[in-house]
Design a protein around this ligand. Structure first.
Ligand code: GCU
Length: 485
């Protein structure tokens, strides 16, 4: 049973003198439920009256009956995508105003209800605390580093406490506020105050998830400056958000973290948000902080992440129009890849007990009674929600030495970006400008929608110089002068 807030209002009026009312949490609220991911997943199946779910694609064993499909001839069983520019009532969308007032809200509603889940209306406030400031060096560049904690108000349910961990790095030499990239960071091992760190890219610790297959896939040995150094050299700063600090990366965590706090420790209802939407909420709260920090040009903050955090970065960009630019790394299924593609990872992988927590409850239906072709929206419309803002979709190569493999479905993500194009054009921007899948290391970078595959595996690493060039058309930092010799 889900229990909603039941406050005791202690507002008193005494002799004509009104005293401030205080909210006191109801001490009878139940403790957070302790469930395994399998138990919570089963509860959601029961709630949705689903008897069985189809198995996901197996990316590890080519002989398995459910081996992942990598045959283009079988990849498009649902070739017709929902049209982002046709209203539910069948009318075409021909003006930006129709997009903003009518069609965009329809698409958001579908993603809320059926795909990523709905952010509750009672999400408590976050108060940011600067916990430390230090002067450090990143490469040769002097930086100011701030550690912050975003305390979530838990007076309505004190059994859970939630803090968002955020680190901010800006160049010391900056004369004025700087643009900034916010990254969903990978952390190894638990961090103090958080429900646990995230696993390494490509490794899923949550039981039941298919590990990401593919040749190599590991990041190549670093050459040249790190992405952090590249940003600093261009006069940008960066912020790193710890997603696991406010929502754990597993189904067992759904009765805790920010999702659990809003549900007072009880399991989700069918329309409740999943972890990706919750991570995106955290990024928005971090941006709230950046808006108050005079070191930051808050209107020039971008969002980036890789893999599951690439999905989170795309969801963030789609839902919060304050993010100025997106760099979406290898987001695959649940991110930029079309759900309707039977290639690599599938909807059925996302609906299994290892990944379902990323999605809203209702999404489970599409791995059982319904299928990908029944979804009212698809990934091209998630990309379209980012319009008209510059959005760069990044992948590694599918084949070749050190490549990323095909699990992420580079081509299916390119197709989604192509199908998002009409919305960019309607809003007066330039889309990819081609429907022809580009060769590796051939960037499609001339418009506001960009796509590029590098050779370096499951990482955004080798695409950073190209992303920064793209970003530089919209946002300019103050370049740091080279040291005098
Ligand atoms: C698995 C999963 C992907 C995910 C990836 C990651 O491979 O199938 O959907 O993006 O893990 O986040 O590392």
């Amino acid at each position: 049973m889900k229990t909603y807030a039941s406050f005791v209002f202690a507002g008193l009026a005494w002799g004509g003198c009104h005293m401030a009312s205080a909210q006191v949490a109801d001490t009878n609220l139940p403790a957070p439920q302790e469930l395994t991911a399998e138990q919570d997943h089963k509860l959601m199946m029961e709630l949705l009256k689903i008897d069985s779910l189809r198995p996901g694609a197996n990316g590890m064993n080519r002989q398995a009956p459910n081996a992942a499909n990598y045959d283009e001839a079988k990849a498009n069983p649902y070739p017709t995508l929902p049209d982002p520019l046709v209203l539910k009532n069948g009318e075409p969308v021909t003006t930006p105003q129709q997009w903003w007032d009518q069609r965009r809200p329809e698409i958001v509603e579908d993603f809320d209800r059926e795909v990523y889940g709905r952010m509750p209306s009672n999400v408590p406030k976050v108060t940011w605390e600067l916990t430390s400031t230090s002067h450090e060096k990143v490469g040769e560049i002097l930086v100011l580093k701030k550690e912050l904690l975003g305390h979530v108000d838990n007076t309505a349910y004190p059994a859970l406490s939630v803090d968002i961990q955020l680190t901010l790095v800006t160049p010391e030499s900056a004369r004025g506020p700087v643009p900034m990239m916010m990254e969903f960071g990978f952390f190894f091992g638990p961090r103090p105050g958080g429900p646990g760190g995230a696993p390494a890219p490509g490794r899923v610790s949550a039981k039941g998830a298919a590990p990401r297959p593919g040749p190599g896939g590991g990041p190549p040995a670093p050459t040249g400056p790190t992405w952090q150094q590249q940003l600093l050299e261009q006069g940008w700063g960066y912020a790193t958000l710890v997603p696991g600090s406010f929502q754990a990366d597993n189904g067992a965590g759904l009765t805790k973290g920010i999702i659990g706090l809003c549900n007072h420790g009880q399991p989700r209802q069918a329309e409740d948000w999943g972890t990706l939407r919750a991570w995106a909420w955290g990024a928005s709260r971090a941006l709230d902080y950046l808006e108050t920090d005079p070191a930051v040009r808050a209107k020039e903050v971008g969002i980036t992440g890789l893999s599951r955090y690439g999905k989170a970065a795309l969801v963030t960009m789609a839902y919060d129009p304050r993010f100025a630019i997106g760099f979406i790394g290898s987001s695959g299924e649940g991110g930029a890849k079309l759900h309707r593609r039977t290639f690599g990872e599938l909807v059925e992988n996302l609906t299994g007990s290892g990944e379902y927590h990323w999605m809203g409850g209702n999404f489970l239906k599409y791995g059982g009674p319904l299928n990908a072709g029944d979804l009212p929206v698809d990934a091209h419309e998630l990309i379209a929600l980012c319009a008209p803002r510059p959005t760069y979709i990044s992948y590694g190569a599918s084949e070749g030495p050190g490549a990323e493999g095909q699990w992420v479905d580079q081509r299916g993500s390119f197709m989604a970006a192509v199908a998002a194009g009409p919305v960019y054009r309607l809003l007066g921007k330039q889309d990819l400008g081609t429907a022809e899948f580009p060769a590796v290391e051939t960037g499609i970078l001339d418009g506001e929608l960009a796509f590029r595959q590098h050779k370096g595996g499951h990482t955004t690493g080798p695409n950073w110089p190209s992303f920064l060039e793209f970003a530089g058309r919209y946002i300019q930092g103050q370049k740091i002068p080279a040291p005098m010799d």
